[in-house]
Design a protein around this ligand. Structure first.
Ligand SMILES: Nc1ncnc2c1ncn2[C@@H]1O[C@H](COP(=O)(O)OP(=O)(O)O)[C@@H](O)[C@H]1O
Ligand SMILES: [Mg+2]
Length: 437
């Protein structure tokens, strides 16, 4: 090899094509130069001469080297796919609520801080956790998920920290825990609110000094992991009820991320529906389906108790069961057939506070007045409309001094909004044509 020595060649090949395995065969071997060759990136190092018998070994070695190179490039490819799967583009939504979540995600991804993600089930907490990992320095290391709510308490400790052989009846061999597996990567502790108090103590210790002992062992292990936890519970309630340790809460809640329920970010619903539709349409060839405008409207005003997961499942079901080129409102399940009003929201509490009683009183009067307005002052129907006993409603009206004078609610509204009707009947029962006998 004129102009370059073997070692330098290996180095350059390794730089140029890191997945290409090199086997060095040399006539002038020494222990030092073999180490040098391996350091330079060689897969293996052989010394000449070798005879017929050695050839089989070389053949095996070459096969192995090829396999090794193939796995390496495949791994790189998968890793890249995985990363792109959890980049931000895969988190759909344009609501300001979601955008502010993503803004926090992109900031904390660059740090090593522990993160606590809270939100109802199906809102995308795991997706957020993955986005943090795959946008962090740890992206090419493991992202390990543990669902603390799904694993029985006795098993969870060994699942998290591993065990040694003989630690308990079925421990026939040493087993690594998820914390060890996640070394240099990220561990995602889902449903952290379900963790038993014994394990909460052990977890607290890992968070404090990143050390633990496997079940049945007294040997302390240390790990380098980033911890992300999630829960759909209100941990502050759980602390008040002594189900969750306050010190653990503060250790976890270094960076809190709250993922709002889908009904509080209606802007995201059409985008998500279309996104899941596109996925469901993939592979259907010419058979792709669309949503009618009405379907999108119904979906947008629906409350989605199961959040994004429920929407995702519904779209998949609709596409699977529908044959027409368009999914129409009558294809929707009953709960979505009627457009439900958004749930009433409580007023913002001003800095100086407010009287709970007054607000609730006002709210009740408002509802009764609205009902009377809709039924043109018919107390029977008004009571029915708000599913209230007529006598109860009358009592409430008397107590609160609510009077329906037919000029609608401006007696109670302070925003000066115009009455919807200018005149109406006196407060009194007007026979309802539909219900009169
Ligand atoms: N903003 C989003 N964009 C795209 N898919 C989402 C979004 N939010 C949630 N999903 C999907 O909804 C499902 C539930 O999300 P997940 O992260 O498991 O919720 P959680 O952990 O809060 O129960 C998953 O399939 C997830 O990919
Ligand atoms: Mg989840």
């Amino acid at each position: 090899m004129p102009g370059i020595n073997g070692l330098e060649l290996v180095r350059q090949i390794h730089e140029f094509a890191p997945d290409l395995p090199c086997i060095v065969i040399t006539g002038f071997g020494s222990p030092e130069s073999s180490v040098e060759a391996l350091k330079a990136g060689a897969y293996w190092y052989l010394e000449k001469p070798f005879d017929q018998g050695h050839l089989d070994v070389v053949r095996r070695l070459v096969e192995q080297a090829i396999e090794h190179g193939r796995l390496k490039s495949e791994n790189r490819l998968l890793q890249g796919q995985l990363q792109s799967r959890y980049r931000f583009e895969n988190i759909i939504g344009s609501s300001s609520a979601l955008r502010s979540v993503l803004e926090t995600v992109s900031k904390v991804a660059l740090t090593e801080s522990t993160v606590l993600i809270t939100g109802e089930s199906g809102t995308g907490k795991e997706l957020v956790a993955r986005a943090i990992h795959f946008n962090s320095k740890r992206a090419d290391k493991m992202f390990v998920t543990v669902n603390c709510g799904a694993i029985p308490e006795e098993l969870l400790e060994s699942e998290l920290f591993g065990h040694v052989r003989g630690a308990f009846t079925n421990a026939v061999a040493n087993r690594e825990g998820r914390f060890s597996v996640a070394h240099e990567g990220t561990i995602f502790l889902d449903e952290i609110g379900d963790m038993s108090s014994t394990l909460q103590v052990k977890l607290l210790r890992v968070l404090q000094d990143r050390t633990f002992e496997p079940v049945g062992s007294s040997k302390t292990q240390s790990v380098d992991v980033r911890v992300i936890a999630a829960t759909n519970q209100d941990l502050e309630d759980a602390i008040a009820e002594r189900r969750f340790r306050e010190d653990l809460f503060y250790r976890l809640n270094v960076i809190p991320i709250v993922v709002p329920p889908l009904r509080e970010r209606q802007d995201d619903i059409p985008l998500l529906a279309q996104h899941f539709l596109d996925i469901a349409n993939e592979g259907r060839g010419n058979e792709t389906v669309e949503f009618s405008d009405e379907v999108i409207e119904r979906m947008t005003s629906f409350g989605w108790p199961g959040n994004v997961r429920e929407l995702e499942n519904l779209v998949e079901r609709l596409v699977t069961l529908c044959s027409a080129p368009e999914i129409v409102a009558s294809d929707l399940p009953k709960s979505l057939q009627v457009s439900s009003p958004p749930p009433p929201t409580a007023p913002q509490i001003p800095p100086q506070g407010l009287s709970f009683r007054d607000v609730v009183d006002q709210f009740e009067s408002d509802l009764i007045l609205q009902a009377l307005e809709i039924t043109h002052g018919n107390k029977n129907r008004a009571a029915q409309l708000i599913r209230m006993n007529r006598t109860t409603m009358l009592e409430k009206m008397k107590k609160k001094g609510v009077k329906f004078d037919g000029t609608s609610r401006d007696s109670i509204d302070t925003d000066g909004s115009a009455p919807t009707r200018d005149a109406g009947p006196e407060t009194g029962d007007i026979p309802d044509p539909q219900r009169s006998h």
